[in-house]
Design a protein around this ligand. Structure first.
Ligand code: NAP
Ligand code: GDD
Length: 335
């Protein structure tokens, strides 16, 4: 009998790749979807038809307990979140609720449905739990590269809420003996990345400029540095963490950092253009507090999970630009 996984955030980038990975591994995969219109459900059925759906919202504890109780999963992956950092300043309270209290809601659902109480540690055959933690928690970094022991100094309401979810996951592991792990993931991208994130904003603009549909690309801080990898690689790391004997937290990244300026240079270069002719400064994109530099030390994941990224930065940028060119010229599927 195959294992059963429940994924929150199934409609997002990582939900798509993780569902595909787990299905290929023989899992029965369930996704939590919110809302009443059914449009999210039909979107999932078009992209990953073999996924079963259950309704629920990270803001509604009862719905999370019902979902876990109905699915009876072996593994729960909590990927659902408000994931766009700038939005977290505009909707700080909502971000705290979804990204912070939503983790509490999922952990409680797993604890209650798994029959775990304070006086009894987790029974064998317990539900395993994965929390989508983030390199944003390192924020104003105390050291470079950042590893599992690097202190947190979050710079956005998003990062603060993620830190709460991270420590709570650790606390449930220590309090109840739960197999609960956090992946501290650095930026990961793909053709399925939301159009508001800088990689996809750039690749879409490059494709539109190539097709004569746009001329200028307004951007904010070009000096910010990130450790960018491919989402398809990162979901494999999530699965490996959950299937380890010992529940532990891991940093997942490439160990290589690039600036937004490097990103535009490679993306425009891919179509033979000079970014300086097209990129313009947009002060509205400057954040109240910036994370200047992220760079992972993924040594622990390499040693204990046998994980390493398969796509390098230039290949990643090329992949996204090509996908958007195909999509906008009508020969690819919309992502
Ligand atoms: P994404 O594409 O923005 O997907 C976010 C998902 O969260 C969507 O499926 C969304 O569902 C769901 N969601 C939002 N509010 C919800 C709520 N109230 N209840 C239930 N679901 C809700 O994000 P992603 O890039 O796949 O990232 C997955 C997770 O990893 C997130 O937690 C993110 O913060 C974290 N993370 C991402 C990265 C990265 O570089 N991608 C790095 C580190 C950590 P709807 O369709 O219903 O809106
Ligand atoms: N989005 C965006 N738009 N970012 C811009 C722009 C712009 O026009 N111009 C410059 N940037 C800079 C941002 O200031 C930031 O320093 C960097 O590009 C990356 O921004 P995003 O792609 O929006 O990602 P992020 O690093 O803020 O957050 C992503 O990675 C985190 C992990 O490190 C998200 O996926 C988070 O959910 C994730 O936790």
């Amino acid at each position: 009998m195959g294992r059963r996984a429940l994924i929150t955030g199934i409609t997002g980038q990582d939900g798509f790749y993780l569902a595909g990975h787990l299905l290929a591994e023989g899992y029965e995969v369930w996704g939590l979807v919110r809302g009443q219109s059914g449009s999210r459900a039909s979107q999932i059925h078009q992209t990953v038809p073999d996924v079963h759906l259950v309704s629920g919202d990270l803001l509604d504890q009862g719905s999370l307990i019902s979902a876990v109780d109905r699915v009876q999963p072996d593994e729960v992956y909590n990927l659902g979140a408000i994931s766009f950092v700038p939005l977290s300043w505009q909707q700080a309270e909502l971000t705290a609720k979804v990204n912070g209290l939503g983790v509490l809601g999922m952990l409680e659902a797993v604890r209650v449905c798994g029959g775990i109480n304070a006086s009894r540690s987790a029974p064998p055959g317990q539900i395993r739990f994965y929390q989508a933690s983030s390199a944003e928690m390192f924020g104003k970094v105390r050291e470079t590269p950042q590893h599992e022991g690097t202190p947190f100094h979050p710079r956005s309401p998003y990062g603060v809420a993620k830190a709460y979810g991270h420590f709570l996951t650790q606390n449930y592991r220590e309090s109840y003996g739960m197999h609960a792990v956090s992946g501290i993931l650095f930026n990961h991208e793909s053709p399925r990345r939301g159009a508001e994130f800088v990689t996809r904003k750039v690749s879409l603009a490059v494709a539109r400029i190539k097709l004569g549909l746009q001329e200028k690309l307004p951007l904010g801080n070009l000096s910010a540095r990130r450790d960018w990898g491919f989402a398809g690689d990162y979901v494999q790391a999530m699965h490996r963490m959950v299937t380890q004997d010992e529940p532990e937290d891991y940093v997942i990244g490439t160990g290589v950092t690039h600036s937004v300026r490097d990103l535009v240079e490679i993306a425009f270069g891919a179509i033979g253009l000079d970014w300086r002719d097209h990129v313009v400064s947009d002060p509205a994109q400057i954040r109240p507090a910036e994370v200047d530099l992220l760079c992972a030390d993924p040594a622990k994941a390499r040693e204990l999970l046998g994980w390493k990224p398969s796509v390098q930065f230039a290949g990643l940028v090329q992949m996204i630009v090509e996908s958007d060119l195909k999509m906008l010229s009508g020969s690819g599927t919309a992502s």
